[in-house]
Structures are given as C-alpha cells and as structure tokens.
Design a protein around this ligand. Sequence first.
Ligand code: ADP
Ligand code: MG
Length: 573
Amino acid sequence: TTETQSQATTDGFHLVIDALKLNGLDTIYCLPGIPITDFLRMAQGEGMRVIAFRHEQHAGNAAAAAGFLTQKPGICFTVSAPGFLNGLTALANATTNCFPMILISGSSEREIVDLQQGDYEEMDQLAIAKPLCKAAFRVLHAEDIGVGIARAIRSAVSGRPGGVYLDLPAKLFAQTIDAAAGKKSLIKVVDAAPKQIPAPDAVKRAVDLLKGAKKPLILLGKGAAYAQADADIKALVEKTGIPYLPMSMAKGLLPDNHAQSASAARSYVLAEADVVMLVGARLNWLLSHGKGKTWGGASGKDGGGQQFIQVDISPTEADSNVAIAAPVIGDIGSCVAALNAAIGSSWAKPPAEWTSAISERKDKNLTKMAETLAKDPSPMNFHSALNVVRNKIKERPDAVLVNEGANALDFTRSIVDMYEPRKRLDVGTWGIMGIGMGFAVAAAVETGKPVIAVCGDSAFGFSGMEVETICRYNLPVCVVVMNNNGVYKGTDQNASGGKDVAPTVFVKDARYEMLMQAFGGTGVYAKTTAELKKALDEAVSSGKPTLINAIIDETAGTESGRITSLNPNAKKK
Ligand code: ADP
Ligand code: MG
C-alpha cells in the first residue's frame, strides 16, 4: 500500500530534523527562502522551536548567544549566497568569541557551482566559510546527514568552542532513502565536549606561583562564564581571598558587589599585581596585550614584570602576547576543581597591604560614582539614565542584560552591576555593533527571563528591524535606546559647511519608540528618569515587547567611548 511505502522511506528534510532532535537541538534561528523554506515548516511541524528573523546576521547572532548560554551549539539556518554571507558575519563573530554555533546553509548544486555555470545564488560557500570558522563540512548524500551533524556538533563544542559551517545543497533535502537505514545512519553524539583534565605538575606549578605572590590577582573572562563552573570558581576566589576582576561578560559570575571584586580599582590592580591568574580570558586588545602602561610597564612595549598563570582549554593561547609562566590547560571546570584541591583548606590570604590598598581605591571610586549617580540632570545623561537600569537589575538580578554601543557600552559596563552568571551579553571580543536584537531574542527564548537591551542609538540601527521579530514571538524584551542623536554624539558639523549633515549625525529627536508601536509592542518616549523608570518597571513586570526611547544630552558621549586611542591620527592638518 502507499502507506507502507511512505513509511518505508525517509528524506533529507526529515533526516536533518531527526539528527538535530536526537542530539537535543530543538531550537532553530533562521530566515526562510529557497531551499530551506519547506525544511523550516517541517521542523516546526515536528515540534521544533523555529524563530524566523528579518536578516540572517541577527538569526546567526541569536544562535551564537544561545550557544554561549546553553553550551549546546546554537543552530542557524540560512539560504544560499547572500543569506549565507549575512549569516557568516555572525559565524565569524561566534568563533572569535568562542561561542558554539552551527550555521547550516542551503546551497546551489555542486555540478553547476564547480563549473561556474551561473546557478541561482551560485557560490562556493564551503570554501568561503572555511577560513572564518572552526570547521566546515558539506553533506552530499542523505545517508551522511547523521555523520555531518555529529561532526558539526563535536567541532562546535569540544575544546575551544566556536562556529561551524555545514553546507547542505538543495538537492540533498529531497533525496530519499530507506527509512530504517536512515534511522540507523543517525548518530547521537556521546560526550560531545569531553572533560580535559589538567596535568598535576601544571596545577602544582600554578599553585606554587600563586603561593609566593605578594599582590595576586584573578582575572575572570567569558570562557569562565561559559564553563558553568560557577560554584568552583566562587570557591577558588573565596578560599584564596585573592582580589578578582571580571571581564565584561564574566560580570555576575560572582556578584559585582562582592567584597573581593577589584572592578572599581581596575587600573590600580592591573598595574600593580605581581601574579595574575587568567581564567578563561585572553590577553588580547581588551587587556592591552598584557603589557604597556596598563600593566605598569614604562612604555607601550614593556611589561610590568608580573607573572601570569593562564587557565584555558586552548594550549596555543599561552604565550600569545607575553610569556605565561604557568599555563594550566584543560576545561575550566576540571582546572578550577584541581586548583581548589591543590590549594587545600589552609591557604594564607594575600598580604593585607595589597587588599587594603585596593579597598581604599575602591571605596574612593565607589563614593565618587554614587555621587554622580545621585544627580538627576535635565536632559538625562548616560549616568542618570543608566542608574535606572542599574536599580532595575539590582531588583531583578535574573533579568538578562544585552549591551551594545560605544559610550552606551562603556557606561553600562561600569554602572550596571550584575549579580548572577551569564546574565550579561555584549559586543564581545571584536567589540562590534549589531548583536543587540539577535542576542536579545536568544536570551528571551533560551532563558524565559526578562531581557533588557541597552543599545546606543547607532548600535540599535544595525538590528532595529528585529523589533518585529520580538513582537511576532511576543518576547519579554525591553529595548532601551540611548538616544543622543548620533554616533558617539549628535553635535558634529559638516566640515565643508555643505548641506549634508556630518557622517556621525542622525535625524534629530528620532522617534525610535514608534518602531516598536508599529508592530503592536509598547513604545515609550522618555525624557526624564521618572518616565524611564516607569516604563522599565512596566516592561519588566508585564513582559510585553517594549522600546524605550531614552532621550539623553546630545553632547554626552566621547569619540569611540573608551577606545578613542584606536582611531588613527591625521598627520595632515
Ligand atoms: P574575555 O573577552 O572575557 O577576556 P576571551 O573570549 O578573550 O574572554 O577568552 C575566553 C577564553 O576562554 C578563550 O581563550 C577560550 O579558549 C577559553 N575557554 C572557553 N571555554 C572554555 C572552557 N570550557 N574551559 C576552558 N577554557 C575555555
Ligand atoms: Mg549615540
């Protein structure tokens, strides 16, 4: 009968769905189109959560954030050529950030692509993806779908996590094979991210170095947040009594108001520490490459003479910028557990001269910050507006904070304290704009918690159309646009005196809140902290999609925020 026949075969569409589900991957971030439209319908029909975006970059960013939050690779589906390229930016960014994701893209037919005969959306996608991600694979036969997905999963989450590209030519989806053989061909990946236990002598070397330190410091990075070894990390910090600094996405791993947090004395501890233990953090540009004035060196090239311990899963990360005296290579959970065991219960706390010198600076800076935050100027500035967000996160530490921009990023990072691990998603290693709405959607979908996305007006522009996605899925996302009429600020002039506005300036008094209203969400125009607070309270308690257009002083903000020194200087005047 036709019934037994249809039971007897399966196809590429269903094998991809079954392979993902078999591995616990039940959410797809995507943008439909040829050749994946039917696939997405079927995936939804088979009970998967399918979240469709308006631009592939944001679907890809959502998958990346999902990977960071869950340790399972986030799944993004795109169409061929341009859709693939849009998603590729997110894949490259995920790889840079060490977030596991799999970009699965439909592609045109190999026979035509390889002879360059001009197919619909022709592009050799595999070759293009390869240098920009951790691994790239193509599946040509339905019976290899199980292997293809298994290899993609392992590549994404094992060792240093990252982005993986999986190329699925259009024809593959419609290929049919025997259903029983198809089922047998699927692989449920066992132990996708195997523990990597550090060598005992490496652990001893690190502990010995730490023991001899007069001014030790622990630096926690987003790798530490990703590892979900929260209790062990807390134990390490508290048992040793060593002051610690969180990198931006490690904020909340321990609460920012923790007595040992040295955030408010950051420049002091970086320049003064004698032994620094990096846990899931790289000595890249965000840490001035481990040398120069930031680290107490005399010039940009000199180090400050401190010694480094580096806890990382990647053996080639050590010595990337400066010498690492004690690399501890393994997964952070295993490494920190081993360090805790080696440290034992009788550890001498760091010298009081060091900890009290830090406290002194910290208290001074925190008092200064409190004074600034107590002001309520009109128009609002970054401090007064962000004080409202600060208070909200204090009240709702379970909320996820997404943050992008230049000044909007720098000020939020220093003003808004975090209290729980993995609650802050931001511009990451590249310091990019455009992650805002993609990260916000994933945060809402993956955690079910309220999401507050603080975006500069410029940053918001990169992904603003996704407010429709937020409304369509009725996600508990509140976007706060820090509106100062432009990139960095809104007061630049056209140097030629011509009629065009300066390249950094936007339409004055733009009504961003109306974008959210256009799709049925709540839009609020807020000129005062009272208006902002009321709108934020309502948004978080109702869970309704909301955009608050926070009007701040257009002269507030500095060129490139805190990284103005990265702008090349014009020699010609
Ligand atoms: P940050 O920007 O917060 O300083 P980075 O992204 O620069 O953090 O560094 C994260 C580091 O964490 C990377 O070197 C990566 O290899 C490492 N890492 C990621 N996940 C793990 C893990 N589970 N165990 C150990 N190291 C990890
Ligand atoms: Mg701006």
